[in-house]
Design a protein around this ligand. Structure first.
Ligand code: NAI
Ligand code: MG
Length: 489
């Protein structure tokens, strides 16, 4: 599978002649190889996207015409859903039911933006009231141009959809670089988009590692960068964007807090803590990895969570009943193991997990891990682990809990649970985060804005906000009067 670069409507091999192995994290076996794009390949892909934007039909089609293609892509994803979900399991390690859900969400995302594209017809221009009757003006929304989309490995097809669907809906053209750890569904998406009638060059997919992402970020032919991933890489992308004033949106990491008040039901608390940190092996940017529990309920939550965490069925994503698969890679496994060791050394109390499960010598498997009494100044309380590791600590007052929740350089998400609706509404307003869940953690809807405060990034994906991300605003002002302007003549 060397010809995995999709450029100008055709699959081609990399000019570098290099390839990358794709590994199944449950078996550590190489399941495929993909092309490793270099700067020359990125240049071809950006040039194709540039031509498609500057001289092709896509940006000036009606919204309805673009919507028809986006709907075809949604249908194409649904038709291939079983195959896509299996690829995602092999590539990322997640349990099959989670992968099924991701693929359905990815199709739903294309369908949602098909709806926005169609609804845009007739609304691209908005008249502006001016105080001078000789003039009339309108504000017009236009596609931002060529988009460089760089995405991570935790939700491979879904993260592609979150960027590609709104960008295409807006009339942009795209160069998409999937993660080197999980490139397979992005390559399939290229074929689905081609078969859906997307013109050549409108979506280009380049497989490759960090250097390919850097070449895309650096390329002067790109108008906007959309990135999801780690803070250090996001910083590099922003620096590259700064050089020639590219538009940029960043969705980075988090250390999201979950505030639990003592009037909550312990079973519901434990269920949502688990969903907030063990779903997708905890490899979720919005994972609620810091849990603050009001002291009267604290011990009961710690005990029940430790018991339930030990009951989670661990295994390969195709095994029945599995709720926790392997981590995505050897590198991620080593990073999470090192964080657990630092947690123990830093004085936190390990109450469940922390090791490789019995009988799983192969694969990047790790037990779901619960730390209690985690010091607020410790590494594991402050830093993103991006694995199935949750930190708990007690609190004594609402104000103290909010202060500690906000005491982070991140601000992607937060959650609050209480039987008191006035309290949850009050706390939700005071949390410094772009996403706040009340009485739950993680459910995500395509319709609602997604993105972070502080070092968790800026710009919003999803909903109409995600569409705006890919639009420029132009004013058009007309002199309507018959009389001369009369300044020089
Ligand atoms: P990363 O941020 O390095 O990779 C994300 C994407 O950026 C990949 O497609 C990668 O190839 C690309 N990339 C790497 N270097 C680049 C560069 N210099 N310029 C442009 N693109 C570049 O994330 P990585 O190494 O896979 O994971 C490291 C940590 O990042 C994780 O342990 C986790 O803490 C965090 N992370 C956060 C994610 C989120 O959703 N916010 C997703 C994935 C990782
Ligand atoms: Mg893989």
């Amino acid at each position: 599978m060397a010809g995995t670069l999709f450029i100008d409507g055709a699959f081609v091999a990399a000019k570098t002649g290099e390839s990358l192995d794709v590994i199944d994290p449950a078996t550590e076996a190489v399941i495929a190889t993909v092309a490793a794009a270099g700067p020359a390949d990125i240049d071809l892909a950006v040039s194709a996207a540039r031509r498609a934007f500057d001289t092709g039909p896509w940006p000036s089609l009606s919204g309805a015409a673009r919507a028809a293609v986006l709907q075809n892509i949604a249908d194409g994803i649904r038709a291939a859903a079983g195959e896509l979900a299996r690829l995602e399991v092999q590539d990322n390690g997640k349990p099959l039911p989670e992968a099924d859900w991701d693929i359905a969400d990815a199709a739903g995302c294309f369908e949602f933006y098909a709806g926005l594209a169609a609804g845009f017809d007739g609304h691209e221009e908005e008249a502006i009231a001016l105080p001078d009757a000789r003039f009339s003006a309108c504000a017009r929304r236009e596609p931002v141009g060529v988009v460089g989309a760089i995405i991570p490995w935790n939700y491979p097809l879904l993260m592609a959809a979150w960027k590609v669907a709104p960008a295409l809906a807006a009339g942009c053209t795209v160069v998409l670089k999937p993660s080197e750890l999980t490139p397979l569904t992005a390559v399939r998406l290229a074929a689905i988009a081609r078969d859906a009638g997307l013109p050549p060059g409108v979506l280009n997919v380049v497989t490759g590692a960090g250097p390919a992402g850097q070449a895309l970020a650096d390329h002067p032919g790109v108008d906007k960068l959309a990135f999801t991933g780690s803070v250090p890489t996001g910083s590099k992308v922003m620096q590259a964007a700064a050089r020639d004033i590219k538009r940029v949106s960043l969705e980075l990491g988090g250390k999201s807090p979950f505030l639990v008040f003592a009037d909550s039901d312990v079973g519901k608390v434990v269920e949502w803590i688990m969903f907030g940190i063990f779903w997708n092996q905890g490899q979720v940017c919005s994972a609620t990895s810091r849990v603050l529990v009001e002291r009267p309920l604290y011990q009961a939550v710690v005990d029940r969570l430790a018991t339930e965490a030990r009951r989670i069925v661990i295994g390969g994503g195709f095994e029945a009943g599995v709720k926790l698969g392997p981590l995505v890679s050897a590198g991620q496994y080593a990073k999470v193991e090192a964080a657990i060791a630092r947690g123990i050394a830093g004085g936190a109390r390990l109450v469940a997990g922390g090791r490789r499960p019995e009988g799983r010598p192969k694969g990047y498997f790790l037990e779901p891990t619960v730390f209690a009494d985690v010091p607020f100044d410790s590494f594991i309380w402050k830093e993103e682990i991006f694995g199935p590791v949750v930190c708990l600590a007690p609190f004594d007052s609402e104000d103290a809990a909010i202060a500690e929740a906000n005491n982070s350089r991140f601000g992607l998400a937060a959650a609050v649970m209480s039987a008191d609706d006035a309290r949850t509404a009050r706390v939700a307003r005071r949390l410094r985060a772009g996403i706040v869940w009340i009485n739950c953690s993680q459910p995500t809807f395509t319709e609602a804005p997604w993105g972070g405060y502080k070092q968790s990034g800026f710009g919003r994906e999803l909903g109409r906000w995600g569409f705006e991300n890919y639009l420029e605003t132009k004013q058009i002002t007309r002199f309507d009067a018959d009389e001369p302007w009369g300044w020089y003549l």
